[in-house]
Design a binder for this molecule. Structure first.
Ligand code: GDP
Length: 322
């Protein structure tokens, strides 16, 4: 079984490649819920939905989120009625949030709802929220603390990011199955997601980091940073806000002591030695995922990197014993 720590768009694309290489039923995605927020009284889980819609084949490919060819009649009416509509929600998307909220109010947990939805949408990959307890990622700005969605979507990441906190994370318990998946995994992959506000949030849930550290499985991360910039999204200011360089060196520093291998792009080949100095092995390959073939190749390279890490460990053990 392969456990994948996942944010939104980068992770969803990576998982599209992984399901071409191994049976979907052998993959467990542990998904960030620090971006979750209530809109119009409804519980929205953006990263879970991005991953779910993508694997269900219904995601809007131009945006990487939302549902393809969705309409926005409900949002227009909400605007007419005076609601704040800066967070774009299509009509079919809204149906997901309505049903999720209804089930949560009836006493279901977020993991139960997520499992029911992914089955209904024929997604073979198991999707686990990182926690069933509420965690809110907030960004410190000169205007005060903003919820991640306010910072990113409402204010378009224009405020200077000064710091990050995960409200509620100390009390959050890993969702059922999360620690079990990390313990049972043959390979643990950190998807090419925002290292600070997607992966950092998951790692902050008590018990998750320890479970990864205690695992005998190789841990492979794919860098979301290529040639000093993220492919998309606000990783650059948020990495800087926590003192990380926006480069594969910064990604390696962020995952220092946690990962065995970092997969980096050919554009960053000259930084491979710097990454090795942080203690991780390096695999250099194409990491931009445009079409299905590129996604598949990146998944294959990531699993090959994991196999190399296993061999390296076995070799080290033998040479220590000998
Ligand atoms: P978000 O919640 O939608 O921002 O999702 P993630 O945290 O999963 O994804 C954002 C990160 O994914 C960004 O830092 C991007 O650089 C990275 N990303 C997106 N597409 C690609 C890609 O094709 N290749 C790589 N290596 N990273 C990508």
């Amino acid at each position: 079984m392969i456990a994948v720590l996942a944010g939104g768009v980068g992770a969803a694309r990576f998982l599209e490649g992984l399901v071409q290489v191994v049976p979907p039923e052998t993959i467990v995605a542990i998904v960030n819920t620090g971006d979750d927020m209530a809109f119009h009284g409804l519980h929205v889980s953006p990263d879970i939905d991005i991953v779910m819609y993508t694997l269900a084949g219904i995601v809007d490919p131009s945006q990487g989120w939302g549902i393809r060819d969705d309409t926005t009649y409900a949002l227009s009416m909400l605007a007419t009625l005076g609601a704040d509509t800066w967070f774009k929600l299509g009509d079919q998307d809204l149906a997901v949030h309505i049903r999720r909220t209804e089930l949560l109010r009836a006493g279901w947990t977020l993991s139960q709802v997520t499992d029911a939805f992914r089955r209904a949408l024929n997604v073979g990959v198991r999707l686990l929220p990182m926690s069933d307890d509420p965690v809110a990622t907030e960004i410190a700005t000169p205007a005060g603390w903003l919820h991640f969605q306010q910072y990113l979507v409402q204010r378009r990441a224009r405020d200077e990011a000064l710091g990050i906190r995960f409200v509620g994370v100390e009390q959050a318990r890993p969702a059922p199955g999360v620690l079990e998946a990390l313990r049972a995994a043959e390979v643990i992959v950190i998807a090419p997601s925002n290292p600070v506000v997607s992966i950092g949030t998951i790692l902050a849930v008590p018990g998750v980091r320890d479970a990864i550290m205690a695992s005998s499985a190789p841990v492979v991360a794919v860098s979301p940073i290529i040639a000093g910039a993220p492919v998309k999204g606000p990783a650059a200011p948020l990495m800087r806000a926590v003192g990380l360089e926006v480069s594969v060196r910064g990604v390696a520093a962020c995952y220092c002591g946690l990962i065995d291998v970092l997969v980096i792009d050919r554009a960053d080949a000259d930084l491979a030695d710097d990454v090795r100095a942080s203690g991780a092995e390096v695999t250099v390959t194409e990491t931009i995922m445009r079409g299905p073939a590129e996604k598949r190749r990146l998944a294959e390279a990531t699993l090959a990197a994991a196999r190399t890490a296993v061999r390296r460990r076995a070799y080290q053990r033998v040479s220590q014993e000998g």
